[in-house]
Design a protein around this ligand. Structure first.
Ligand code: AMP
Ligand code: MN
Ligand code: MN
Ligand code: MN
Length: 283
């Protein structure tokens, strides 16, 4: 088991455990340091820190996962240790929240056009206070009996190749790196390769070249020890990290999604010494 998990989600975005429940689970798994990296929001961080202080056995690092688009493809950039008082980052989060609501409405309309009968109001109810995302639509499709579990909804309806896909309007990875650096965060490239449990998602094209460009812009880390990555994927990413002087990051990307085979917190992650390397870069 591992001590460090730098990629986790809560009900602040598309996870299904509250920040406190998530921290309890991580502590039970034996994790010592975790980063809460919800999509386009910092809303869960305070609760997670309060819970970790109560337990006294686990440390919570602030984090965020920014959804970016690049040449029509989706790229995610994590920010580790963002300041919780940077107004530009909050402005970004507020814009993203509105864009996501609009996008989900469009996706539900497209689903209705092909005869899939789910209601946008139901999706909004499922999201509650969360920053809304496709996993909330996936849950509505599970509840309506169209699919057995959320991943199947991505395979059949929500992936980028499907007719009901609607692209998100968001920033480029270069803009995300600028935004994160300005918020005192370390920008980290998320899940660069294909993962079996999220099979509909595309790997990043021309990875080596793009990573070098991100590095020039201020990228500090890259996910190497991620989710269900194979030894071969980990070795290749490790070489790219080394070539670009990037810190090897990673974690489970746990959502408590209900998908079969979902990597659990504490089953994958970088070594603890990489946490100290990240902290050294903060100075
Ligand atoms: P969104 O933020 O609305 O673009 O939705 C993206 C989220 O959906 C990701 O963060 C994952 O949690 C989930 N997701 C994306 N692709 C898949 C997939 N193929 N299978 C299961 N979940 C996925
Ligand atoms: Mn997610
Ligand atoms: Mn992601
Ligand atoms: Mn994630």
């Amino acid at each position: 088991m591992f001590d460090l998990d730098l990629h986790l989600h809560s009900t602040a975005s598309d996870g299904t455990l509250s920040p406190s429940q998530l921290i309890d689970k991580c502590a039970e798994s034996g994790l010592k340091v975790v980063a809460l990296t919800d999509h386009d929001t910092l809303n869960g961080i305070e609760e997670a820190i309060v819970q970790s202080n109560k337990l006294g056995t686990i440390e919570v690092v602030s984090g965020i996962e920014i959804s970016c688009s690049w040449n029509g493809e989706e790229i995610h950039v994590l920010g580790l240790f963002p300041s919780l008082s940077n107004s530009r980052l909050y402005d970004y989060c507020n814009r993203a929240r509105k864009n996501r609501l609009y996008r989900c409405k469009k996706i539900v309309e497209k689903l209705q056009q092909i005869g899939v009968e789910i209601e946008f109001e139901k999706v909004i109810d499922l999201a509650g206070k969360a920053v809304i995302g496709r996993p909330h639509i996936a849950k509505a499709l599970v509840d309506a009996g169209y699919v057995k579990y959320p991943k199947e909804a991505f395979d059949l309806y929500l992936g980028p190749t499907h007719a009901s896909y609607y692209p998100s309007s968001t920033i480029s990875p270069f803009e995300a790196i600028d935004l994160l650096l300005e918020s005192s965060a370390l920008p980290v490239l998320a899940h660069p390769m294909r993962s079996k449990v999220k099979s509909g998602r595309n790997p990043i094209k021309n990875l080596s070249k793009l990573v070098a460009e991100f590095k020039d812009r201020g990228l500090q880390g890259i996910e190497v020890h991620y989710g269900d990555y194979t030894d071969d994927q980990i070795n290749k990413l490790s070489v790219i990290a080394e070539e670009n002087d990037l810190i090897e990051c990673g974690g489970s990307d746990f959502h408590n999604s209900g998908n079969p085979g979902e990597p659990q917190p504490g089953t994958i992650g970088p070594p603890m010494e990489n946490f100290h390397k990240l902290k050294d870069r903060l100075q």
